[in-house]
Design a protein around this ligand. Structure first.
Ligand SMILES: NC(=O)c1ccc[n+]([C@@H]2O[C@H](COP(=O)([O-])OP(=O)(O)OC[C@H]3O[C@@H](n4cnc5c(N)ncnc54)[C@H](O)[C@@H]3O)[C@@H](O)[C@H]2O)c1
Length: 412
C-alpha cells in the first residue's frame, strides 16, 4: 500500500468538488498550490550542552480572503506534506466559517515529551524568530495545534515582539494565548463547543434526541475531551472514549467528568478507572463500537479503506483534521454514513481564534457568554450553508463544504 499523503487527499476532494460545482480549472487551479512554503532549521542548546538542529515549517496556502491563519504542530511525524495539507484545509475552513482569513499551518518535527521545559522554550523561541519574517497580525497568525498550547503561544508572541523591536507585546500575532496574556475567554473550549453545536444541528436534522443518542469519541485531548464533556452535558450517552494509551467502552454511558478527572490525575492513562459495565477496548475497536455518532478527534488518517466498512455509526463528526481518507469516504458514503467534515465540524477553534484577534486588534475584552453566543451565530449558519450546498448539488457534506469554500474563495 502506498504511503498516505494528506495533500493528495485534499487535492482529490478539491478536484471532485470543483467539478461537481461546474467550475473551470482556471478558476480554482491556484488552490492546488500553497502561496508560500518556508522550511527553517532551529539550533537548540540542550540541557547537557550539546546543540541539536530541528526542522520546522510554515506554509501559507492562501491569503485571498485575509491574513493566513492556522496552528503550529509539534510532532515527531510532522513533515512538509502534512503541514501543506493542514494549511489548505485552513483556507477552506475559514471560508466555510465565513471569517476574513486565509489558511496557513506550521509544525516542527519533534517529540516534545522528550524535551525539558527549558529546551521546549528555546525551541519555540527559535522557531518564532525563524518564521518572524513571514508572520504578523495582518499577514499570518499562528495558533495552537497538536502538542502546543497557550504557554507556547505566549513564548511565540513574546519572541515575535522582541524581533519587531516593539516595546509593547504584539498580542494579535498569535491566538490561543492564556487569558491573562491577551487570550480570549472561551477559546480553550471553542473547538469542542463547535462540535457540540454541529452535533446538535445534525441531531435536529435527523429527529434524534440527545438523551437517546450514543456517541464514541477517539482522542481525549483538547478537542475530544471537551466535545465529550459538552455532549455529555447535553444529555447524550458517551459510550466509548480513547487516547493513544488505550480506550474504554460502557454501553450504559460513561461518566465523562469522572473519566476526564481520572485521565488528568493518572498521566492520561485509563488504567484503574472503573465503572459498572465498563470494558477496555483498543483504538481500532473504538471506531467500530455500536454508537449513533463517531467523533474521531485524534490525528489524521484514522478511518481508512480497511476499517471504514466496520464503522457502525451513521454519523461521523470529524473533530480531528483529515481523520478520514478519500478511499474511506467512498466506503462510508456507500454504507449511508454521513460525514460532517473537519472543515465545518472543528471550525469552532478558528472562529474563536478570530474573535481573540479582533479583541486584540480593538483592545477589547469580551465575556465568555458573548464569545459563546458569537460562536453559535457563526458556526450554525456555516452548517446551514454546507447542508444547503450538499442538497443543491446532490453531494456529500464534505463535497458540499468544499464547494461552499471554493466558491467563497474565488468570489463566485
Ligand atoms: N485544538 C484545537 O483547537 C483544534 C482545532 C481544530 C482541529 N484540531 C485538530 O484536532 C485533532 C486533535 O487536536 P487536539 O488539540 O485535541 O490535540 P491534543 O494533543 O490535545 O490531543 C490529541 C489526542 O489524541 C490522542 N491520540 C494520539 N494518537 C492517537 C491514536 N493513534 N489513537 C487514539 N488517540 C490518539 C492523544 O492521546 C490525545 O488524547 C488534531 O487533528 C488537530 O489538528 C484541533
Amino acid at each position: 500500500m502506498s504511503k498516505y499523503d494528506p495533500y493528495e487527499n485534499m487535492l482529490a476532494v478539491l478536484e471532485n468538488a470543483a467539478k461537481k460545482a461546474g467550475l473551470e480549472h482556471d478558476e480554482y487551479s491556484f488552490l492546488e498550490y500553497p502561496e508560500r512554503e518556508l522550511t527553517v532549521h532551529i539550533p537548540v542548546t540542550c540541557d547537557d550542552g550539546h546543540v541539536k538542529i530541528f526542522e520546522g515549517y510554515r506554509v501559507q496556502h492562501s491569503s485571498r480572503r485575509g491574513p493566513c491563519k492556522g496552528g503550529i504542530r509539534f510532532h515527531e511525524n510532522t513533515d512538509k506534506q502534512e503541514v501543506k495539507a493542514l494549511a489548505a484545509w485552513m483556507s477552506l475552513k475559514c471560508a466555510v466559517a465565513n471569517i476574513p482569513y486565509g489558511g496557513g499551518k506550521g509544525g516542527i518535527c519533534v517529540d516534545p515529551s522528550k524535551l525539558s521545559e527549558g529546551e521546549l522554550e528555546r525551541l519555540t523561541r527559535g522557531y518564532a524568530r525563524a518564521i518572524a519574517p513571514i508572520i504578523g497580525p495582518e499577514k499570518d497568525i499562528p495558533a495552537p495545534d497538536v502538542n502546543t498550547n497557550g504557554k507556547i503561544m505566549n513564548w511565540m508572541m513574546e519572541e515575535y515582539s522582541v524581533v519587531c523591536g516593539s516595546a509593547e507585546p504584539i498580542y494579535a500575532v498569535v491566538t490561543g494565548k492564556p487569558v491573562d496574556k491577551g487570550g480570549s475567554l472561551g477559546r480553550t473550549d471553542a473547538t469542542g463547543r463547535g462540535i457540540m453545536l454541529v452535533a446538535c444541528e445534525m441531531m435536529k436534522k435527523h429527529g434524534m434526541k440527545p438523551e437517546s443518542t450514543t456517541i464514541a469519541v477517539q482522542g481525549m485531548g483538547n478537542v475530544g475531551s471537551i466535545s465529550a464533556r459538552l455532549l455529555y452535558e447535553k444529555g447524550c450517552k458517551i459510550v466509548a472514549v480513547s487516547n493513544s494509551k488505550g480506550g474504554i467502552y460502557n454501553p450504559m454511558g460513561l461518566n465523562i467528568p469522572a473519566v476526564i478527572k481520572h485521565l488528568e490525575q493518572n498521566g492520561k492513562r485509563f488504567d484503574g478507572y472503573t465503572e459498572n459495565g465498563l470494558v477496555n477496548i483498543s483504538n481500532e475497536e473504538l471506531l467500530c463500537v455500536d454508537a449513533d455518532i463517531l467523533v474521531p478527534a485524534a490525528l489524521e488518517n484514522s478511518i481508512t479503506a480497511d476499517n471504514a466498512k466496520n464503522v457502525k455509526a451513521k454519523i461521523i463528526l470529524e473533530g480531528a483534521n483529515g481523520p478520514t481518507t478519500a478511499e474511506a469516504d467512498a466506503v462510508l458514503e456507500a454504507n449511508g454514513v454521513e460525514v460532517v467534515p473537519d472543515i465545518l465540524a472543528n471550525s469552532g477553534g478558528v472562529i474563536v481564534s478570530y474573535f481573540e484577534w479582533v479583541q486584540n486588534m480593538k483592545k477589547e475584552r469580551w465575556s465568555e457568554q458573548t464569545v459563546n453566543e458569537k460562536l453559535a451565530q457563526t458556526i450554525i449558519p456555516a452548517f446551514d450553508a454546507v447542508y444547503a450546498a450538499a442538497e443543491e448539488y446532490g453531494v456529500s457534506l464534505r463535497v458540499g463544504a468544499y464547494i461552499t469554500a471554493i466558491k467563497r474563495i474565488i468570489g463566485k
